[in-house]
Design a binder for this molecule. Structure first.
Ligand code: PLP
Length: 422
C-alpha cells in the first residue's frame, strides 16, 4: 500500500452512510439477499415516464446537427451553453429573476458543488483563521460529512423538536438560540427538502438564516436536490429563495439523471466565478452529453411538467402508505414519532427511549428481512453526545406499496418487542 498524506487518509475513509452501504451490499449479496425488502436506497425509482423523457431527448439529440457539438469536444468550465441558456430563461420566467449566464455554473453532480464551496469558503485563511462550514440544522445530508478537506471546519447544530404527541409526528426546526453565523463562518449549507428527514424549512426560517449570513457576506448554499421546479419533491408549499449571498443548488439526479452527474448552481456572479475556477482545476468541466439532453427537457417545459405530474405524486403517495401503515401497526402508547413528510424520498422515524442503538435495531430488522438506514450517520458535524442521534431510522420511499406495508408492519413488531424487552 502506498503511504498516504494527511488528506489522503481523510479522503480515503469511508464516511457516513457509505460505511453502512458496504454492510448492506454484503447483506444483499449473501445467500438470502433476494428475500430482503431493501428500503435503504438513495437512488430514485426508475419511473417509466421519466425514462421515456430522457430517451426522447437523447433521440432528439442524436438526430440533430448539435450532436457533433456535444461529442468529440471540450467545452467551457461553466457548463454547456444551451443548458445555461435554458436554465436562465426558465428561472427568469418562473420566478421573475434577472439572471444572466454569469449566474450559472454546471458541475458534475451537486455533490461536487458542495465540495468546491466547502473548500473555497471553509477551512483556514491565509492568516490562519478557521472559517467554518455551518450546517444550521442537524440531521442533514450525510454527504456533507466528506466534502471538506478540513474536517474541523464542519459544525452542525442541534435542532429544536416540535413534537405532536397525539399524532406521533414531529418536525425539526433550526434552533436560532444556538446557530452561530458570524465573521468566522465560511459558508452555510442545508438541504430543503431535507435528505434524510423530509423536512422543509419554512420560508421564514430560510429568510432568517440568509439574512443572518448576509450581514457577514457569507454564502448560503440551499441544497435543492429535491426542490421545485425540478424534481419538485416537496409535498408542502415552498418558495425557492434567491439573493446576493444565496446559491440555489440543483441536482438532476432525482429527476432521472443520477448517472449523468448534473449539478447546477444559481447565484451571484462573484460566487459563481470562484467555484468555476476551482472546478477548472479539479476536473475541467462536467460531461456535455447529459447537459445537452437536460437542456432539451428544460427548454421544452417537459422536465417541469413531469416533475409535477409524475415524480411528486409518486413519492407523495408512498409517504402516505408509510404513515398509514405505521399508524395502524405501531403501538400508540409508546413514544415513536414520524417526521412530517414534507418532501424528498424518505421517511424519518424517531424511536424515543429506544433501549438499543439504531445500529442494533438495524441488525434486528435485517433478521426479519427489512433493510433501512440507521439514523446516526446523518449527523455530520454534530459531535456532542445526544441520545436522539441513536434513535432514528431513514426509510426510503423507493419500495412498492406492498413492500412498504410489509416492512412497516415488521418494523412495528420488532419495535414493540424491543420496547417490551423481548
Ligand atoms: N444533496 C442531497 C440532499 C442529496 O440527497 C444528494 C443525493 O442523494 C446529493 C446532494 C448529491 O446528489 P448529486 O451529486 O447526484 O447531484
Amino acid at each position: 500500500k502506498p503511504a498516504l498524506s494527511q488528506l489522503g487518509v481523510e479522503m480515503s475513509r469511508l464516511s457516513g452512510v457509505r460505511a453502512i452501504m458496504k454492510d448492506i451490499i454484503e447483506t444483499l449479496r449473501s445467500g438470502e439477499g433476494q428475500n430482503f425488502i431493501n428500503l435503504s436506497a438513495g437512488n430514485p425509482v426508475i419511473l417509466p415516464e421519466v425514462e421515456q423523457l430522457w430517451r426522447d431527448c437523447t433521440g432528439d439529440l442524436l438526430a440533430s446537427a448539435e450532436y457533433s457539438e456535444v461529442v468529440c469536444r471540450y467545452g467551457a468550465s461553466q457548463g454547456y451553453q444551451p443548458l445555461i441558456d435554458a436554465v436562465v430563461q426558465d428561472f427568469n420566467r418562473r420566478y421573475g429573476l434577472r439572471l444572466t449566464e454569469r449566474n450559472i455554473l454546471v458541475t458534475p453532480g451537486s455533490q461536487s458543488l458542495y465540495f468546491l464551496a466547502a473548500n473555497a469558503f471553509g477551512g483556514y485563511t491565509s492568516d490562519g483563521n478557521l472559517r467554518k462550514i455551518v450546517l444550521p440544522l442537524s440531521p442533514d445530508y450525510t454527504g456533507y460529512g466528506g466534502v471538506t478537506l478540513t474536517p474541523e471546519a464542519l459544525v452542525a447544530y442541534k435542532p429544536e423538536l416540535d413534537i405532536d404527541y397525539a399524532s406521533h409526528r414531529f418536525k425539526y426546526r433550526p434552533d436560532f438560540s444556538l446557530v452561530n453565523i458570524d465573521e468566522t463562518t465560511g459558508c452555510v449549507i442545508f438541504s430543503r427538502p431535507c435528505n434524510p428527514t423530509g423536512n422543509v424549512l419554512t420560508d421564514d426560517e430560510v429568510s432568517k438564516l440568509t439574512t443572518l449570513a448576509a450581514k457577514y457576506d457569507v454564502p448560503v448554499l440551499i441544497d435543492s436536490a429535491y426542490a421545485p421546479p425540478y424534481p419538485s419533491l416537496n409535498f408542502t408549499d415552498m418558495t425557492p429563495t434567491f439573493g446576493d449571498n444565496v446559491l440555489h443548488c440543483m441536482s438532476l439526479s432525482k429527476a432521472g439523471l443520477p448517472g449523468e452527474r448534473i449539478g447546477i448552481a444559481i447565484g451571484a456572479a462573484s460566487i459563481i466565478e470562484i467555484l468555476e475556477a476551482f472546478q477548472t482545476n479539479l476536473c475541467i468541466h462536467s460531461p456535455r452529453y447529459g447537459q445537452a439532453i437536460a437542456a432539451r427537457a428544460i427548454r421544452s417545459g417537459a422536465l417541469g411538467a413531469i416533475s409535477l405530474d409524475v415524480i411528486r405524486p409518486f413519492y407523495q403517495q408512498k409517504i402516505a402508505v408509510v404513515e398509514e401503515t405505521l399508524s395502524r401497526f405501531m403501538p400508540m402508547d409508546l413514544p415513536w414519532f414520524l417526521h412530517r413528510g414534507e418532501g424528498a424520498i424518505f421517511a424519518w422515524l424517531w424511536l424515543n427511549d429506544l433501549p438499543i442503538a439504531d445500529w442494533e435495531f438495524y441488525q434486528a430488522l435485517k433478521k426479519v428481512g427489512v433493510i433501512v438506514v440507521p439514523g446516526s450517520t446523518f449527523f455530520p458535524g454534530l459531535h456532542e453526545a445526544w441520545e436522539h442521534k441513536r434513535q432514528c431510522l431513514r426509510i426510503s420511499l423507493t419500495g412498492t406499496d406492498e413492500e412498504l406495508q410489509t416492512a412497516m408492519q415488521r418494523l412495528a413488531q420488532v419495535y414493540t418487542e424491543t420496547m417490551n424487552g423481548n
